[in-house]
Design a binder for this molecule. Structure first.
Ligand code: SAM
Ligand code: FES
Length: 348
């Protein structure tokens, strides 16, 4: 095996490593020379393709009903104390109206897998938003659906889809999800979305229970092969009413390190500095931008429902109005030396 310095240079030169090399790199991620070299390269690439721009997406968490029971997630169906809500299509449109007035040109509709929101109802909402705001990009993040459903949403006007693969390792996937869910279905969904011409986002939690450097190596190899336009990674944070209540949260440092590595693997990727990163570290999102991220996702959901979209404990940004959220992020982005821009922010 080469020295870690050689492996860092190989990653920079070729944009990929073998599983063994990733593991070796990850074992050395706390070394300051390793971190500094990779961060510097990540920032160089990010600025080469996107300059100082940071894109903004208006996140609308429109339902916390979910038929799934993922062990890590606070709104899993097995949490009887989750106070359930769903927005009506009128409420969703009001969020878009408010967002548009604030300058958002991308809306993300995210939710649990809510049976009330049938394909027909979803397609209706998508059409209404795209008719009213044809200049905006519409992203969906509503979990696993059939090829036909994804096709219907695409024809209705959806442009992008976020579906984290969660982990690319079969055994690890089984530790995070009940029997009825499978990694092969999750991956097939991502391939279907790509085939249908969506801009696709995959990703995973950093520090999820059972994750190892070996499973992260599989994640990185999977991401490189899939070539998604977007990658969402953030630390795992325990939720007190899930089977993982007593598990430790993921590390800020490893998340930042992986943001830089992913920027080098996929130089043009749209990479958010996530709310979860901002939750475990008050400066987490600024640090994420400084590590190679180039997207932030302020919350446009109605304040009355924000706390109910309770994926993990102590989630930030659950009290502010949409305008405050955008203003706060604009200042944070500026403090990190970047400029928050309002355009659709397609991948270059
Ligand atoms: N239902 C959709 C899906 O499955 O893709 C979207 C909603 S789901 C809550 C969005 C993401 O939240 C998941 O992909 C997961 O990575 C993240 N998430 C859930 N629980 C979390 C936790 N405890 N800590 C950090 N992230 C979490
Ligand atoms: Fe469905 Fe988390 S278990 S959104």
């Amino acid at each position: 095996m080469d020295s870690v310095k050689d492996i860092v240079e190989k990653l920079i030169m070729t944009g990929e490593l073998t599983a063994e090399e990733y593991v070796f790199l990850l074992k050395n991620h706390e070394q300051s020379e390793v971190r500094e070299r990779l961060t510097k390269e990540a920032v160089r690439l990010r600025e080469q393709y996107y300059g100082k721009k940071v894109y903004t997406r208006g996140l609308i968490e429109f339902t916390n009903y979910c038929k799934n029971n993922c062990y890590y997630c606070g709104i899993r169906r097995g949490n009887p104390h989750a106070k359930r809500y769903r927005l009506t299509k009128e409420e969703i449109l009001e969020c878009c109206d408010q967002g548009y007035a604030l300058g958002f040109r991308t809306f993300v509709l995210q939710g649990g897998e809510d049976p009330y929101y049938t394909d027909a109802r979803m397609a209706d909402v998508i059409r209404l938003i795209k008719e009213k705001y044809p200049d905006c990009a519409l992203t969906l993040s509503i979990g696993e659906k059939s090829y036909e459903s994804y096709k219907l949403f695409r024809e209705a006007g959806a442009d992008r889809y976020l579906l984290r693969h969660e982990t690319a390792d079969e055994e690890h996937y089984k530790k995070l999800h009940p029997q009825e869910m499978s990694l092969s279905v999750r991956k097939q969904c991502l391939y279907d979305l790509k085939a249908l011409g969506y801009q696709v986002g995959a990703g995973f939690m950093v520090g999820s229970p059972g994750q190892t450097y070996e499973t992260i190596a599989q994640d990185l190899i999977f991401l490189k092969a899939l070539e998604p336009q977007m990658v969402g990674i953030g630390p795992f944070i325990p939720h007190h009413e899930t089977p993982f209540a007593d598990m430790p949260a993921g590390s800020v440092e490893l998340t930042l390190f992986l943001l830089s590595v992913i920027r080098i693997l996929l130089p043009k990727v749209l990479l958010p500095a996530t709310t979860a990163l901002g939750t475990i570290d008050p400066k987490g999102r600024e640090k994420g931008l400084a590590a190679g991220a180039n997207v932030v996702m302020p919350n446009l959901s109605p304040v009355k429902n924000r706390k109910q979209y309770d994926l993990y404990d102590n989630k930030i940004c659950t009290g502010e109005e949409a305008a405050e959220c955008r203003g706060c992020l604009k200042r944070r982005v500026a403090s990190a030396g970047y400029i928050l821009v309002g355009d659709r922010g397609d991948a270059v």
